[in-house]
Design a protein around this ligand. Structure first.
Ligand code: ADP
Length: 376
């Protein structure tokens, strides 16, 4: 059992920087939790407070129900994997992995057993006698993980552990760490600025900005139901298209209008927009933002036939990116930029003015002023 709970946690650095505010989170045993957000949003600070490497200014930290604020890092039963691995370059892989256990006066045969087990899990048994300086980046990464595994901690803390690897290795290690989580069945708290890493590995993701939690959810729910413009834009690649306009009634229906174009808002979402008072008319203008993901913008005839009565737009193609399995169209419609992820068979070419449709079931709406969701 290793649950972690942060209650009303605040971190103020000397000099007045408030790096983390109002941080409340319950992490259950065996979760793979990811802290994600842009550089400087407070991810590492939060992780370091859990590790005991930074003092908690206000609030409480519990591991397995026990308050940890004043417990020394070595007594918290956690193991941390750092970005730079922090290995001893002249020592062998075995010695590096055994180091922490030796300090704790673990019996020699127990050390040997644990190191060999961890080496087997990580597929580095053949490297145990090699010095660290004779290893590749990916191998060093495994040793750093191995050193954490042999400690058999209740919680693993990982701070951007893949950021020093090249793109291909990073993708490979992502799967390895997911497998490792499955094998070890322990709680992992993992910091990254990379939304793809977060989406592919996390069982739950904590999206942070400016020291505040924005949303805590599963990858799917974050993608489908972002709570605000920031989360909608941060999660997913390419970024969600965002168009500013107004919701206006025409007869019995509600439309989202921008410039001279308009799309019909499905009844359920229309009801939410009406209920929350975001309908504009001649007297009152209430700007809202409509979000639509690139894969929900279509240029294929089949989709045009399906959605032409609700959400047909004209757009000019500015750039075509053909990636093989998919094609991205970067377009302008009125003043707005719209990116579409379309079928590679698309014949759209730069300079064309084409018809596109948006899938109305995939609309997101946000208040322009507070940037909070109106539709999710
Ligand atoms: P992240 O990990 O999301 O990039 P950090 O937790 O490292 O963000 O930093 C959060 C904020 O706290 C930043 O504004 C950063 O400049 C500040 N900060 C981090 N460490 C210190 C420190 N030791 N002293 C003062 N300010 C710090």
């Amino acid at each position: 059992m290793a649950s972690v709970k942060l209650k009303d946690v605040v971190k103020k650095y000397p000099g007045g920087v408030i790096a983390v505010s109002d941080f409340n989170l319950d992490i259950e045993d065996k979760e793979f939790i990811i802290f994600v957000g842009p550089s400087g949003c407070g991810k590492s600070t939060t992780l370091r407070m859990i590790a005991g490497l930074e003092e908690i200014t206000e609030g409480e930290l519990y591991i397995d129900g026990k308050i940890m604020n004043d417990v020394a890092p070595k007594d918290r039963d956690i193991a941390m994997v750092f970005q730079n691995y922090a290995l001893y370059p002249h020592m062998s892989v075995f010695e590096n992995m055994a180091f922490g256990l030796k300090l704790r006066k673990t019996p020699k045969n127990e050390i040997k057993k644990r190191v060999q087990e961890a080496a087997k899990i990580l597929d580095i048994e053949h490297l145990l006698e090699r010095p660290i300086k004779a290893l590749s980046g990916g191998q060093r990464q495994r040793v750093a993980l191995g050193r954490a595994i042999v400690r058999e901690p209740k919680v693993f803390l990982m701070d951007e552990p893949l950021s020093n690897l090249d793109a291909k290795l990073r993708v490979q290690m992502r799967t390895e760490i997911s497998k490792l989580h499955h094998k070890l069945q322990t709680t992992i708290i993992y910091v990254t600025h990379d939304q793809t890493e977060a989406m592919t590995m996390g069982t739950r993701i904590v999206v942070m900005k400016d020291g505040f939690i924005q949303q805590v959810d599963t990858p799917t729910r974050l993608y489908d139901k972002p709570c605000n413009v920031f989360v909608a834009g941060f999660i997913g690649s390419p970024q969600m298209n965002m168009i500013t306009g107004t919701a206006e009634k025409i007869d019995d229906d509600l439309y989202f209008k921008f410039g001279t174009q308009k799309v019909k808002i499905p009844a359920k979402k229309a009801a939410k927009i009406i209920d929350q008072g975001f309908v504009s008319d001649e007297d009152v203008i209430k700007p809202i933002i409509m979000g639509i993901r690139a894969e929900n913008v279509h240029d294929e005839q089949m989709y045009i036939d399906m959605f032409k009565d609700e959400a047909l737009l004209t757009a000019t193609v500015d750039v075509v990116e053909r990636l093989g399995s998919e094609t991205f169209l970067y377009m302008t419609s009125e003043e707005s930029i719209i990116v579409a992820k379309v079928n590679p068979r698309s014949t759209a070419a730069v300079g064309d003015t084409i018809q596109i449709v948006l899938d109305p079931n995939r609309f997101h709406f946000f208040d322009k002023e507070t940037e909070r969701t109106i539709s999710n």
